[in-house]
Structure formats: structure tokens, C-alpha cells
Write a protein that binds this ligand. Structure first.
Ligand code: ACO
Length: 325
């Protein structure tokens, strides 16, 4: 057996943080942000808002779209780097809130590649006969680790959740392949130093603002372009397809210039590239399932179409999935 996506849902908190709002917080401008990133605004959860609450709304929408009950779910995998608590997993909180009492639940942390890593885990478990139906999420409250005094990062990130319901299908349908890659040697490019075992929670950690995300934007940019293009091409070549077979290319929504550069390398026409980062910014693991969900709702992707999904994030991690909708 293989697995296919039978339902999609997303949720973004209603509160908007616009470029004009950020102009009042750090030395930046709407025109700089728009020109360098393509982002106009992002959605922000209320302070203390649980990741699992965003995930819950997205999950209910995906289950309704699939016509599947929570108790029919065998497996919940949440891709996130901003969990509700260090333990238990956000997936366990989601299971409780959803009433998915027959599921096993786990988180996968692959930063912005978290949804595709989670999709791959769920697909592999279904293929191995460990369950028939899975709920897979990318869900983040990035605002909880963003330093709103650092203009090079605070302009980029937003909060949100996207969910997909997977069900068994015949081989050759649904998820045709997942390719996952990492290079831990490049961890320093994007990281959040603490609190953790290396940098425990101390007054010093707080005074040095080490609980916030740090990124070498320029260096990360170059890796994002080459690695996303490479792993996208791998998905196509290993399945015997060309870029012209792809109805919609859905890249991680980090920066419009990255998306355009990757699209150019792949030779995909702009009208077959899905972009929504103008409204949401970079929602890390949530970006691809939110985009996929919106693409379906907007009729940009129809049953039988081939979708190429590509992610990139901290780790470094990067990944692709080729899906027959
Ligand atoms: N407003 C105004 N000026 C700014 C801002 C800002 N918000 N931020 C930086 N600048 C300045 C810098 O200080 C620098 O000034 P200087 O030349 O006087 O030193 C200048 O703008 C250029 O800075 P760069 O960092 O070179 O700008 P760049 O064009 O690279 O854009 C950005 C920065 C948007 C962060 C870009 O590098 C980027 O998008 N990187 C990739 C992000 C990404 O893909 N992350 C992966 C996923 S994240 C995850 O996994 C959680």
C-alpha cells in the first residue's frame, strides 16, 4: 500500500503584524521588507497561545474535508520547532483536544522542513502497515522565539498551522516519493541557543537574549536556493517526470527572491508556482500545508494533478515530496 492526502485544512490567527507595525518597533521600512522578502504582513498568536490550539483548528478542518472522524486516526505527527512545552509532545496535546483516542502521537523537529519530514514518517508507517489513517501537521508559534528587537529576523516570521489527513491507497497514487536531507554541520546558520542542555535556563541566558532565534540570512539564502532546487530535481528524475508534468510547484514560503530563484533554476513558469507569503510571512513547518490547503481551496490544484512540494530550514534540513492529488 501507499498513502494519499484525502483532506486538508489550515488556520492562521486573526491578529496581523504588518510591515508598518514593524516600522514602529525596529529601524526598517515597508519598502525594504517588501523588496527584500515579498512579505507585507504576518499573523501572530496571542501571547501564551498554545501551538496545539492552532493545530486543533487546522486539524478539524482537514478531518471535515476528508470526512474522517478523530477516533479513526491511527497516527498523529506534528512537524514543529515551537512546541507547547518541552514535553510532552504537541501531538499528544492535539490528540487530547481532538479526542483522537486511538492514535499514537509524536512531534518531528526539522524546523521549516518539518511538514515534509512528518509526511514522510506518516507515509512510511502506513506503507509498513502500522496504521491506515494519519493526521500530519506543520504547526508553529514562531512569535514565541522571535526577537522583536532584531530587524534582520523579526520581519520574516509568522504563526499558523496546516493539516493533512492521509489514508491508504494503491501504489502509484498519492505520495509518489519523499526525499529528506540534512547537514548538521551547518547548524549555526539558523538556531535558537536555549534553553536546553547546552545552554540551560539561567539569568545570563535571558540577559543575552539566547532564547531567541538567530540567523545568518545571507548565507542561509544561498543554501536555500541550491538545496531546494537540487532536491526538487531529485524528486522529478527519480519518478521519471519533467517539470512540465507538474501542475503546481509549492515551495517553502521564506522569501520571494528565494522562490523566484528556485523556480528559475527548475524552469517552472511563474503561474505554476504557489506564493502566499505576502500575507503570512515564513510560518516555518506550517508554510507548505497552509499553501497546499489554500491551493486546493482556490482550485489551483485538482484531483489527478501532480504537485511538487519543496522545503528548507534550520538543521540545515531540506526535503521534497511529489504527490498525485
Ligand atoms: N530593514 C532594513 N535594513 C535591514 C533589515 C531590515 N529589516 N534587515 C537587515 N537590514 C540591513 C542589514 O543590516 C544590512 O545592512 P549593511 O549592509 O549596512 O550591513 C543590509 O540590510 C543587507 O542585509 P542582508 O542580510 O545582506 O540582506 P539580504 O538581502 O540577505 O536579506 C533576509 C535578508 C531577508 C533575511 C534574507 O537573507 C533571507 O531571506 N534569508 C533566508 C531566510 C531563510 O530562508 N530561512 C530559512 C528558513 S528559517 C527556519 O528554518 C526557522
Amino acid at each position: 500500500m501507499a498513502s494519499k492526502i484525502v483532506g486538508l485544512g489550515m488556520h492562521a490567527p486573526p491578529k496581523k503584524l504588518t510591515n508598518h507595525d514593524l516600522e514602529k518597533m525596529v529601524e526598517t521600512s515597508d519598502s525594504w521588507i517588501l523588496e527584500r522578502t515579498g512579505i507585507r504582513s504576518r499573523r501572530i498568536a496571542d501571547p501564551g497561545g498554545a501551538n496545539s490550539d492552532l493545530a486543533l483548528i487546522a486539524s478539524k478542518r482537514a478531518l471535515a474535508d476528508a470526512g474522517v472522524r478523530p477516533e479513526d486516526i491511527d497516527l498523529i505527527v506534528v512537524g514543529t520547532c515551537t512546541a507547547d512545552m518541552p514535553l510532552p509532545s504537541t501531538a499528544c496535546f492535539l490528540q487530547m483536544k481532538l479526542g483522537a483516542r486511538n492514535a499514537c502521537a509524536m512531534d518531528v523537529n526539522a524546523a521549516c522542513s518539518g511538514f515534509l519530514y512528518s509526511l514522510s514518517v506518516a507515509d512510511a508507517l502506513i506503507r509498513a502497515g502500522r496504521g491506515k489513517k494519519a493526521l500530519v501537521l506543520g504547526s508553529e508559534v514562531l512569535s514565541s522565539i522571535v526577537d522583536y528587537t532584531d530587524r534582520s529576523t523579526c520581519i520574516l516570521f509568522g504563526d499558523g498551522a496546516g493539516a493533512a489527513v492521509l489514508a491508504e491507497c494503491a501504489e502509484g497514487e498519492g505520495i509518489l516519493s519523499c526525499h529528506l536531507q540534512s547537514d548538521g554541520g551547518l547548524w549555526e546558520l539558523i538556531h535558537c541557543p536555549g534553553p536546553g542542555t547546552v545552554n540551560p535556563l539561567t539569568p545570563d541566558l535571558i540577559s543575552r537574549r539566547m532564547m531567541y532565534l538567530r540567523m545568518s540570512g545571507n548565507e542561509t539564502f544561498k543554501h536555500a536556493v541550491t538545496k531546494m532546487a537540487d532536491v526538487a530535481m531529485k524528486a522529478l528524475s527519480e519518478n521519471g517526470f519533467g517539470i512540465d508534468d507538474v501542475a503546481l510547484f509549492i515551495p517553502h514560503q521564506a522569501n520571494l527572491r528565494i522562490i523566484n530563484a528556485v523556480g528559475k533554476r527548475l524552469g517552472v513558469p511563474p503561474d505554476r508556482v504557489f506564493v502566499n507569503l505576502e500575507q503570512y510571512g515564513n510560518t516555518s513547518a506550517a508554510s507548505i500545508p497552509i499553501a497546499l490547503s489554500e491551493a486546493k481551496a482556490q482550485g489551483r490544484i485538482m484531483p489527478g494533478d501532480l504537485a511538487l512540494l519543496v522545503a528548507f530550514g534550520a538543521g540545515l534540513t531540506w526535503a521534497s515530496a511529489l504527490i498525485r492529488m
